[in-house]
Each structure stands twice: as structure tokens, then as C-alpha cells.
Write a protein that binds this ligand. Structure first.
Ligand SMILES: Cc1cc2nc3c(=O)[nH]c(=O)nc-3n(C[C@H](O)[C@H](O)[C@H](O)COP(=O)(O)OP(=O)(O)OC[C@H]3O[C@@H](n4cnc5c(N)ncnc54)[C@H](O)[C@@H]3O)c2cc1C
Length: 397
């Protein structure tokens, strides 16, 4: 049985482990954190295309059980004007985009996984010297090593594997936004918000999102323009309560429920610098390959990062199943994935630019936005992203 070393136990790594096990690999996942559940962010959306990919590896039902449906988004201006209602993605069989707590997503994926995740193992070295057997050796910060027939770098936007495959590889790019995520429990003073959709607000001073969950609480986030990347000392200079107070100050300029929601809630994530990675020239070398944010990170604005990671994992396994020889299979994987993921990343970067706009650009944006959004409402302009489905049984060439 061939052995795969998967580096990173985020969405990409766990989905890859599920998919590789399905095609007969013996898989071990190595995670730098010392225990499960230490994932960034509070909630995230799993788009319809991501659920479709998870279905191929038998993990969609566990995610659906722990999440709530958010098939639509309503867009608002800071003046309280409703701009448009757009779909977040619904597949022909009715499977719709869902929202889930990050910790619940991790639990859902690992409950479907009966391969070992080894915590507290940070990859620091990679030996791809091919002695004819195609063996890969991973070196860890603790001095230990592991050998396998395949190494999957699923180690996120600041990937170590990326730099070991190509010392000239690009670094993650700051996209001009500080990210915050929070939650306001049902009850006391919480404005009435319709269930089943995300509400996104192009506010005067920041961009906000909120939606009601299945127990009546409100999940919310804020994207605050920040032209430069903030060092940790600056991000940690204020307490959570002080940052939350700052967000309330930014939201009161708008005629929406956001200021009241944030006032009554808890900050659960952030502030965090926001990154993307538009194009990585080298995705693979010998028997090692990058997937997920390690290869191509979209800014959170697309709501697609995890779903792209799930798609990568499934296509990678299909290629290894159907294309003889690991290097050729990895080449087929890159050929099948690169154009799509780079299109999603470019799409998200345009949205992030609109969120981070300065005063002049903002005025222009606010004038043009209703026209663009109305066209989007009519034309289902994101269906190429959300309605993408992978047929697990189709042979890859
Ligand atoms: C604020 C925010 C909101 C977001 N919202 C959404 C959303 O709504 N929908 C969506 O689809 N996406 C969203 N994303 C993006 C999404 O989180 C990522 O695209 C997704 O997590 C990528 O998965 P990954 O497994 O590739 O990387 P990661 O989730 O970053 O996982 C990488 C793992 O590798 C581990 N690791 C790192 N280095 C090493 C090493 N050297 N050795 C061993 N292990 C290592 C890390 O500890 C981590 O566990 C959001 C991102 C942010 C920051």
C-alpha cells in the first residue's frame, strides 16, 4: 500500500486524507498545532460546490448535520438601502451553501476520518532526492523524520512546503483589510434578522456581514480597510472589548442593525490581517504537491477558500487513481485545477478592493454598485463558481 504524508490538518489536509484513503493510500496527517481545534476564524461558509466535493469523499452529511443553510445574500448600502439579493449557490439537487462554526467543520471532517492526525509536528525540511523509488522524506522541527511515496503540502497560506519546493515562491499578499468575526446570542436587544441569508453591508467606514443561525443568534463579521499589514504588537495592543468598541464606532455611521449587533455581542476572531495568494508558479516537484491555501489562497471575500481546498483534494485523488505514475498524476491535477482556482482568487480580490476602497473610489463604487448588483441578480453571475460539481466516478486522463 503506498504511503502519503499530508502536512496540515486544516480543511485541505483532512479532505486530502479522506480522498487518498479512498483510493488505497495509507495516510498520516502531520499538524503543527499541538492539539485539535486551534483553527483561525469563528464561522465560515461551505459553498454548494464545496459540499459537492465533500460528498465524493463521504463527508458532506457530517458537515450538513452541524451547519445551517444560507442559500442567499442580501446586499445593503450603508444608508440602509437594499441593493440586491443574490444566490450563494444551490446545486440542481437543492443542496445549498451552508454556514458552520470552524470548530464544528473540523469536528465533522475528522469524525469521518479514521486516519491518524499527529499533532505538534511542524514540517521544516523536505528531501525529494529521487533514488528511483520516488520516496519523499519530511523533516520536522522536533528532529524527527517520516518517509512516504507522496507528500501533500496542505499547510495553508504561509506554507513551508511551498518555499521548500521553490525557494523563489511568492509570499502571501496582504489585501488591505483587517478581519473580525463575532457572535451575538439570541435575546436581549438583538434586532430581528430573517434566517437563511447573509446580509452584507457596504458601510461608510467598513464592510460588515451578519446572518441569523439556527438557534436565533447572529453571526457577524467586519472588514475594516487597512492599507498596510499590521504587526502583531499593533493587533494585540487593544483588548477584544476595545476592538469591539472600535467596530461599533465604525458601524454607527450606517443606518443598519450592525452597530447594535456588535454592541450586544462578543468578538471571537480578530483583528487579523487578510491575505491572498493569486498565483504560485510551482505547485509540485517529484512526488510532492501543494493543495488548498498553500497553492492558491483566495481572500475570505469569496467564501470559497475551504471549498477550493475540498475540490483540490478530490481532484488530486482522482488523478492519482487514474493517471499512471505519481509525477504525471500531479501534472494532471495542476492542469485540471489551476485556471479555476486562479479565477476564483482574482474574483475575490476584486471584491476585497471594493471593500477597501478609499473615499473617492468609494463614491464611484456606491454609484456603480446598484447597477452591477442588479445585473448579477438577473444573470446568476457566480454560478460558474457555485454550481461546479466533480463527478468522482468519471475517469481523468
Ligand atoms: C477571517 C477568515 C474568514 C474566512 N471565511 C471563509 C469562508 O466563509 N468560506 C471559505 O470557504 N473560506 C473562508 N476562509 C478561507 C479558509 O479559511 C481557507 O481557505 C481554508 O482554511 C484553507 O484550508 P487549508 O487547509 O488549505 O489551510 P489552513 O486552514 O490554513 O490549514 C493549514 C493547516 O496546516 C498547519 N500547518 C501550517 N504550517 C505547518 C507545518 N510547517 N507543518 C505542519 N502543519 C502546518 C496549520 O496549523 C493549519 O492547521 C476564511 C479565512 C479567514 C482568514
Amino acid at each position: 500500500m503506498p504511503t502519503a504524508l499530508v502536512i496540515g490538518a486544516g480543511p485541505a489536509g483532512v479532505a486530502a486524507a479522506l480522498a487518498l484513503r479512498k483510493i488505497g493510500y495509507d495516510v498520516v496527517v502531520y499538524e503543527a498545532h499541538d492539539r485539535p481545534g486551534r483553527t483561525a476564524g469563528s464561522y465560515l461558509t461551505v459553498a454548494s460546490n464545496g459540499l459537492s466535493a465533500l460528498r465524493a469523499v463521504g463527508a458532506a452529511a457530517a458537515v450538513i448535520d452541524r451547519s445551517f443553510p444560507t442559500p442567499d445574500t442580501i446586499l445593503w448600502s450603508g444608508t440602509g438601502k437594499r441593493l440586491a439579493r443574490v444566490s450563494n449557490g444551490v446545486l440542481p439537487d437543492g443542496t445549498a451553501t451552508r454556514t458552520i462554526r470552524r470548530a464544528d467543520l473540523a469536528a465533522a471532517l475528522t469524525s469521518a476520518l479514521d486516519v491518524p492526525v499527529t499533532y505538534g509536528r511542524r514540517l521544516t525540511a523536505l528531501d525529494l532526492t529521487d533514488d528511483g523509488g520516488g520516496v519523499v522524506t519530511a523533516g520536522f522541527a522536533d528532529g524527527g523524520e517520516a518517509r512516504g511515496d507522496l507528500l501533500v503540502g496542505a499547510d495553508g497560506v504561509h506554507s513551508a512546503v511551498r518555499g521548500l519546493l521553490d525557494p523563489a515562491a511568492p509570499h502571501a499578499r496582504h489585501v488591505g483589510l483587517l478581519n473580525f468575526g463575532g457572535y451575538t446570542a439570541a435575546g436581549a436587544g438583538v434586532p430581528d434578522v430573517a434566517p437563511g441569508c447573509w446580509n452584507l453591508v457596504f458601510g461608510r467606514r467598513a464592510f460588515f456581514g451578519y446572518c441569523r443561525d439556527d438557534v436565533g443568534g447572529i453571526v457577524w463579521f467586519a472588514n475594516v480597510p487597512s492599507p498596510r499589514e499590521r504587526p502583531p504588537a499593533e493587533l494585540n495592543a487593544w483588548t477584544s472589548a476595545e476592538w469591539r468598541h472600535h467596530l461599533v464606532g465604525l458601524a454607527v455611521a450606517d443606518r443598519t442593525p450592525v452597530a447594535a449587533l456588535i454592541e450586544a455581542g462578543d468578538l471571537r476572531y480578530g483583528p487579523g490581517n487578510t491575505y491572498d495568494l493569486p498565483s504560485t508558479p510551482i505547485w509540485r516537484r517529484g512526488h510532492a504537491v501543494l493543495i488548498g491555501d498553500g497553492a492558491h489562497a483566495t481572500s475570505p471575500s469569496s467564501g470559497q477558500g475551504a471549498s477550493m481546498a475540498f475540490e483540490d483534494a478530490v481532484v488530486l485523488a482522482q488523478c492519482l487513481r487514474d493517471v499512471p505514475g505519481v509525477p504525471d498524476a500531479l501534472a494532471a491535477y495542476e492542469r485540471l485545477r489551476r485556471a479555476r482556482v486562479e479565477r476564483v482568487t482574482a474574483h475575490a480580490a476584486r471584491i476585497s478592493n471594493a471593500k477597501a476602497a478609499g473615499p473617492v473610489a468609494r463614491t464611484l463604487r456606491d454609484l456603480l454598485l446598484p447597477l452591477v448588483l442588479r445585473a448579477a441578480e438577473r444573470g446568476r453571475s457566480e454560478s460558474w463558481m457555485h454550481e461546479h460539481e466533480i463527478d468522482w466516478h468519471a475517469a481523468v486522463h
